[in-house]
Ligand binder design. Structure first.
Ligand code: HEC
Ligand SMILES: [Cu+2]
Length: 481
């Protein structure tokens, strides 16, 4: 090795070593050196896919120059029924388009920022060895495009994301996705492959509050997520959107976590991961129940489906699954196998429950009203604890801020609507006794009994009406939402 220079690249730094000058660059990276010596032949255009789909496997194709063309789109979408959100996307979906490449490819990445967009963006790919993971070469204004190139040195499943300030906000609005770098020769063949990515969202209104919901920076900083979802919205992988497989097939899930804040405890109810590529890298763990996926990280999980049924994908931080949206479904069709599982099946287990905060009645159970008079008496107490602060002592309200409940034509016109207001809150313009109010009432955390009592009190004592609201009426309205 006399007078011969060795060139190795480590994290974008070039280290020179010879027998004369001894400069240590730390661990040798034989894999990377191999990747560096891989010659590319030919040029191909990358196939990009929207979730839950992934491009065709690389198989044994040789390393090539791989052209990736991705366009950033800022567009309104639906977070859940009735709730709109303006997503910022790589390629029109959340998570962004899936990129599939192999070790030794030379990726020529062109990032376009659609002319109708309002903000500049860029991209940091964790698969890149280079400054900012590409972010420093890809900052692009609306209507512009930028091209940069990198060689894929390490196999694995990597996150990419926008890194334009405020970085957290760009990620929180959906600017993340996955890039897979397959080893030479490709990953082993499986029957089904899917692309799933978790993300947490922060909105002005709480979970389910209707309308176009702006991003809430304060909640984001406090890590107080309203929505935690797979593939950008509640229900992206449930019902008709469920992913599917047949009994006997092998399934591989490429699972990422865009964050921006929360770590995912990824689990499939009723399945065991035969293999997990831990953190998306080269270590394979076996027989795993739940795998931890860091924000800005990924994992590849594989399992064979042996029995039919609906298998629920969750973040096992379980309130996120049932109350904030982190719930998906894998529907497996095929023949039962009594050697593996027998039992009668009941519908309705493991369904989403929504974001309404539910109170568990204190033990011993709260007393129930025996007569209308008792209901009014108990309702008065609820009123003075809960409604008084805004609607005032006699239900007269405050002009311009809180509508009256006393002699309210709005309340008298529709009992079920009034129940709904108490349970779920109210926003937007309403008219009460000829005066327009355009404010916001938060949903009240009350039991059916408490809501029935307070409304009966208001109807009978403040509106001269004989309406008695019963807990059953409240339960019915609650169930209809
Ligand atoms: C934090 C303040 C606040 C509290 C507490 C509150 N409300 Fe409201 N309420 C409002 C506001 C503001 C509106 C009007 C919303 C709008 O204009 O969109 C409203 C509207 C209403 C309406 C429909 C309009 C009307 O006058 O008939 C009803 C009914 C109502 N509230 C009942 C209740 C009851 C019952 C409680 C207690 C269990 C309660 N509210 C607690 C602020 C509040
Ligand atoms: Cu951005």
């Amino acid at each position: 090795m006399n007078n011969r220079f060795l060139l190795t690249i480590k994290q974008g730094m070039i280290c020179l070593a010879s027998t004369a000058i001894l400069v240590s660059c730390g661990n040798d990276k034989p894999k990377k050196e191999n990747a560096l010596t891989v010659k590319t032949n030919g040029v191909v255009q990358a196939e990009l896919t929207a979730p839950p789909h992934v491009p065709a496997p690389i198989g044994d194709r040789s390393a090539k120059k791989l052209k990736v063309d991705m366009e950033i789109l800022e567009e309104e979408g639906e977070m859940t029924d009735g709730v709109k959100y303006v997503y910022w996307t790589f390629g029109g979906s959340v998570p962004g388009s899936f990129i599939r490449t192999r070790v030794g490819d030379e990726v020529e990445f062109t990032l376009k920022n659609h002319p109708d967009n309002k903000l500049p963006h860029n991209i940091d790919l964790h698969a890149v060895t280079g400054p900012g993971g590409g972010a420093e070469s890809s900052f692009v204004a609306p209507g512009q495009q930028k091209t940069f190139s990198f060689k894929t040195l390490n196999p694995g499943l990597y996150v990419y994301h926008c890194a334009t300030a405020p970085v957290g906000m760009h990620i929180a609005n959906g600017m993340y996705g996955l890039i897979l770098v397959e080893p030479a020769g490709g990953l082993p063949k499986v029957d089904k492959e899917y692309y799933i990515m978790q993300g947490d969202f922060y909105t002005k209104g709480d979970y389910g509050e209707p309308g176009l919901q702006p991003f809430d920076m304060k909640k984001a900083v406090e890590e107080d997520a309203d929505y935690v979802v797979f593939n950008g919205k509640v229900g992206a992988l449930t019902g008709d959107n469920a992913i599917t497989a047949e009994v006997g097939e092998t399934v591989r899930l490429y699972v990422g976590n865009g964050g921006p804040n929360l770590v995912s405890s990824f689990h499939v109810i009723g399945e065991i991961f035969d293999k997990v590529h831990v953190e998306g890298g080269s270590i394979i763990n076996k027989d795993v129940q739940t795998t931890l996926i860091p924000a800005g990280g990924a994992a590849i999980v594989e399992f064979r489906v042996d029995v039919p049924g609906t298998f629920i994908l969750v973040d096992h931080s379980i309130f996120r699954a049932f109350n904030k949206g982190a719930l998906g479904m894998l529907k497996v069709a095929g023949k039962d196998s009594s050697a593996i599982y027998t039992g009668t099946l009941q519908e309705g287990i493991y369904h989403p429950e929504g974001g309404t905060i539910q109170v568990t009645p204190d033990a011993p159970a709260a007393p129930e009203a025996g007569s209308a008079a008792e209901r009014i008496e108990m309702g008065k107490r609820v009123y003075s604890r809960t409604c008084f602060a805004c609607h005032q002592g006699e239900g007269q309200g405050i002009p311009g801020a809180f509508p009256p409940l006393a002699n309210s034509d709005y309340m008298q016109a529709d009992v079920n609507r009034a129940i709904d207001v108490v349970l779920h809150g109210l926003t937007g313009e309403i008219t009460v006794n000829g005066t327009v109010y355009n404010s916001m009432m938060p949903g009240q955390v009350l039991t059916d009994e408490q809501a029935a009592n307070v409304l009966t009190y208001i109807y009978q004592e403040m509106n001269g009406s004989d309406v008695e609201v019963t807990p059953a009426m409240v339960a019915k309205v609650r169930a209809s939402k």
